[in-house]
Design a protein around this ligand. Structure first.
Ligand code: B12
Ligand code: SF4
Ligand code: SF4
Length: 292
């Protein structure tokens, strides 16, 4: 009954996929994470990363959503950041599910990207996809071009089944990665273009070189572009991700840092500010400029 209502609301909100996980302490994830370096932007406290009861004491289930952002576009801004900021979009989508929960006397707390639990793990457990050697949760319809969000709720919902399969294992992603960030151990964030284009402060010459090789002013899509599982990935039908795209950024001296923030306040590429973006632009275009 509740599931049907949630599935209907998810369809109306254009959520690409929805799944369910039981709320428990995820000891298997804990064992996996304890041997990994905590990457920048991730929660440091291992207990918080595996325990949903620290967020909602009476949690029974977790609703996991995928929202596809793939479009037929090219550019120097990574695909995930070309449309409206995904934090805003998924929050709005999840609000519609929380309304259904609340109308029926239940509570829901939503997260996308910034919460402590590991989102790829939750999506995997919910049966929404399998894991790639590039680190991604790969969905059979939308490939890896999806954002993940989750709602912790006190409503009991029957959990899904993990797919228990993994990617084709061709290793094209490992070979193509410009920073050599991918290995059997997963992603080394310190060598990942995506992280380096978001890093502020000083960059070493090696780090600048990795950004140059990546050729992107923000984020990186290379390990997704080469993946055979993305060959037939469906395009997004979520208007916020398919329309009004910004795929290139050019430095503009006439725009102040404050104006930049205002202009791009709903864009995920703008959170580090104008200087970082223009630094990246300089790095990827510097050789071209020198040769002109
Ligand atoms: C920190 C972070 C980063 C860091 C570090 C990336 C990394 N791979 O660790 C940086 C800045 C580099 C980054 C980059 C990107 N990120 Co990021 N990032 C995160 C964040 C906030 C935490 C990730 C984390 O804890 N990493 C630690 C490692 C160990 O975990 P993991 O790779 O997330 O997932 C592992 C576990 O889930 C485990 N696992 C999965 N299933 C199972 C099952 C069992 C039984 C076990 C034991 C383990 C297990 O295997 C996974 C792969 O190693 C998450 C949001 C979140 N809270 O989860 C988003 C997230 C992973 N990022 C996302 C995206 C979109 C990106 C970029 C594509 C952005 C871009 N285009 O530039 C790149 C992709 C780089 C890559 N190849 O992974 C999406 C991924 C969506 C998807 N379909 O997979 C997420 C989920 C955000 C979101 N809400 O959608 N990111
Ligand atoms: S996002 Fe780019 S740099 Fe990071 S692991 Fe993938 S290919 Fe390598
Ligand atoms: S490129 Fe190959 S090895 Fe990498 S995730 Fe895709 S199928 Fe797996």
């Amino acid at each position: 009954m509740m599931k049907k209502k949630l599935l209907d609301a998810a369809k109306a909100a254009k959520i690409s996929e929805i799944g369910f996980v039981s709320a428990e302490i995820y000891y298997d994830l804990g064992g996996f994470l304890k041997n990994k370096v905590v990457p920048p932007f991730a929660e440091n406290d291992l207990n918080k990363r595996i325990n949903p009861f620290l967020i909602m004491e009476k949690a029974k289930s977790i609703i996991v959503i995928l929202s596809s952002y793939h479009t037929n576009s090219n550019g120097e801004i990574s695909e995930y950041a070309r449309g409206k900021d995904y934090h805003i979009v998924l929050k709005e989508q999840m609000r519609r599910l929380i309304n259904v929960l609340e109308k029926n006397g239940y509570a829901g707390i939503d997260f996308c990207d910034t919460g402590p639990l590991n989102e790829r793990y939750l999506a995997y457990c919910a049966g929404l996809g399998f894991l790639g050697k590039n680190g991604f949760l790969i969905n059979e319809t939308y490939g890896s071009y999806t954002f993940i969000g989750y709602i912790i709720t006190d409503c009991m919902l029957e959990a899904g089944e993990p797919m228990r399969k993994s990617c084709m294992g061709c290793e094209k992603c490992i070979q193509a990665c410009p920073g050599g960030a991918l290995s059997e151990n997963g992603v080394d964030a310190q060598k990942c273009v995506s992280y380096l284009t978001q890093k502020n402060g000083h960059l070493t010459s090696e780090e600048r070189d990795i950004i140059y090789k990546g050729g992107s002013v923000w984020g990186c899509d290379i390990c997704q572009q080469v993946c055979p599982h993305n060959k037939y990935a469906e395009y997004s039908d979520i208007y916020a991700f398919s329309d009004n795209l910004i795929s290139y950024y050019r430095p503009n001296e006439r725009i102040s840092g404050r104006k930049f923030k205002k202009m791009y306040k709903e864009r995920a590429f703008a959170w580090r500010g104008k200087q970082v973006l223009e630094r990246n632009y300089g790095i990827i275009h510097e050789k071209k400029i020198k040769n002109d």
